[in-house]
Design a binder for this molecule. Structure first.
Ligand code: F6P
Length: 364
C-alpha cells in the first residue's frame, strides 16, 4: 500500500484576515477528502526548528469554526527566517538545512507556505538551496504581491478603513475640521485609494504619487471657499511629499515600519493654513477582525488551489489570481519582481480624479 501523502502548512509574516480560511480549506480537502496527513508548523518555521517540535497533526475537528476568525491558529512571526534564525540565547544561525531534514523526518513531501513577499522569498531560497518542495499562497492587506491581482485580507482592511472614513465624516463636519486618516499599505497605495474613493475623501496621498503642499492645501482652501468647512484626507503610510522621505520608526526587534506621515500631514496643514486638523492612525486595527465574505471565499479558493497544485505535484509555484480565476506563477520569478504598486493608469485613480479627489500632483 502507498504511504499516506503528507504536506506541511505554515503562516509567515504579518497576519491578514483570511489566513484561517486557507488553513481550513487545506485541512478539509487534504484530510477529509484526500485522506492525506496535514501537519501545521506553529509560529512559522519556529515550531519546526525548536526542540521539542511545535507542530499540529491536523484532524478535521481542529479546523471547525475557524472560517470567521481573524489572525491565524498556527501563529506567525515577522522574524522567522531559517537562514538567519534567532536562537533563544539571542545568537543568529543558518538553520535552513534543519528545515529540510526535519520535514523529511516527518515524512513531509512539501510545504504550503501562506505568507507575504518575505515568506515567499525565504521559501524560494529553501527550494533552490535546500531542495524543499514549496507551494506559496500570497497574503497581505497591502495587496502588493506581484503575480496576483488580489490578495485576501485586502477587502477586509479596505472595508474597515472605509467605515473609518465614514465615521470621521460626521465628526469632521460637526467640528469643521480637517480629518487626516493614516492607513497601512507599506509602499503601495491600494488600501488608501480604495478606502478614500469608497469613503468619499477629498484628498488621497499614496506612495506612487509624491504630493506638493500647494496642491493639497489648494483643495482644502477651495472647499472652504465653497462653504465646505471640513475635509477628509486619507494618507497611505508610505506617502511622501515631492523631494521628501517616507517616515519610518524602528521597532524593538530592530525592524523598520512606515508610520508618522498622517500626523506630519495634519501638523503641516494646521501650521500652513491655521485650519484645525486632527490625525487618526488606523494601524493594526486594519489587520484584525473577521474576514469579509469576499476574503473568506478568496482565501478558501486559494487554499483549495494550493492543494490542487500539490495533488498534481506542481511544486515551486505561488497561487495567483488572474482574470478572477485561480492560477499560479513560478516562485523564483517572484524574487526578481518589485512590490506591485498601483499603476498610474489604474481606472480607480482616474475615477477619483474625475470626482474631484486630489492626489497632490495637480498643477495649481
Ligand atoms: O505588510 C502588511 C503590513 O500591515 C503593512 O501594511 C505595514 O506597513 C506592516 O505590515 C506593519 O508591520 P508590523 O506588524 O511589523 O508593524
Amino acid at each position: 500500500m502507498n504511504a499516506r501523502r503528507t504536506v506541511a502548512v505554515m503562516t509567515g509574516g504579518g497576519d491578514a484576515p483570511g489566513l484561517n480560511a486557507v488553513i481550513r480549506a487545506i485541512v478539509k480537502q487534504g484530510v477529509t477528502q484526500l485522506g492525506w496527513r496535514v501537519i501545521g508548523l506553529e509560529d512559522s518555521f519556529d515550531g519546526l526548528l525548536e526542540s521539542p517540535l511545535r507542530i499540529i497533526d491536523f484532524d478535521r475537528d481542529q479546523v471547525r469554526g475557524i472560517l470567521t476568525l481573524g489572525g491565524t491558529i498556527l501563529g506567525t512571526t515577522n522574524h522567522g527566517d531559517p537562514f538567519k534564525f534567532r536562537e533563544t540565547d539571542g545568537s543568529v544561525s543558518d538553520r535552513s538545512t534543519d528545515v529540510a531534514d526535519r520535514l523529511k523526518l516527518l515524512g513531509v513531501e512539501g510545504l504550503i507556505a501562506i505568507g507575504g513577499d518575505g515568506s515567499m522569498g525565504i521559501c524560494a531560497r529553501l527550494m533552490k538551496e535546500r531542495g524543499v518542495q514549496v507551494i506559496g499562497v500570497p497574503k497581505t492587506i497591502d495587496n502588493d504581491i506581484p503575480g496576483t491581482e488580489i490578495t485576501f485580507g485586502f477587502d477586509t482592511a479596505t472595508a474597515f478603513a472605509t467605515e473609518s472614513v465614514d465615521r470621521l465624516h460626521s465628526t469632521a463636519e460637526a467640528h469643521e475640521r480637517v480629518m487626516v486618516l493614516e492607513v497601512m499599505g507599506r509602499d503601495a497605495g491600494h488600501l488608501a485609494l480604495h478606502a478614500g474613493l469608497g469613503g468619499g475623501a477629498d484628498v488621497i496621498l499614496i506612495p506612487e504619487i509624491p504630493f506638493t503642499w500647494e496642491a493639497v492645501l489648494g483643495k482644502l482652501m477651495r472647499r472652504r471657499a465653497h462653504k465646505r468647512h471640513f475635509s477628509i484626507v486619507v494618507v497611505a503610510e508610505g506617502a511622501k511629499p515631492e523631494g521628501g522621505q517616507v517616515l519610518e520608526r524602528t521597532n524593538a526587534d530592530g525592524r523598520k515600519s512606515h508610520g508618522g506621515m498622517g500626523q506630519y500631514v495634519a501638523d503641516e496643514i494646521s501650521r500652513r493654513t491655521g485650519l484645525d486638523s486632527r490625525c487618526t492612525v488606523l494601524g493594526h486595527l486594519q489587520r484584525g477582525g473577521t474576514p469579509t465574505p469576499h476574503d473568506r471565499v478568496l482565501a478558501s479558493r486559494m487554499g483549495h488551489h494550493a492543494m490542487e497544485l500539490a495533488r498534481r505535484n506542481e511544486w515551486g509555484r505561488m497561487v495567483a489570481v488572474r482574470g478572477n480565476r485561480m492560477d499560479s506563477v513560478e516562485l523564483t520569478w517572484l524574487l526578481t519582481q518589485p512590490c506591485r504598486q498601483l499603476p498610474l493608469n489604474d481606472d480607480a485613480i482616474s475615477t477619483a480624479r474625475a470626482l474631484g479627489i486630489v492626489f497632490g500632483d495637480e498643477a495649481v
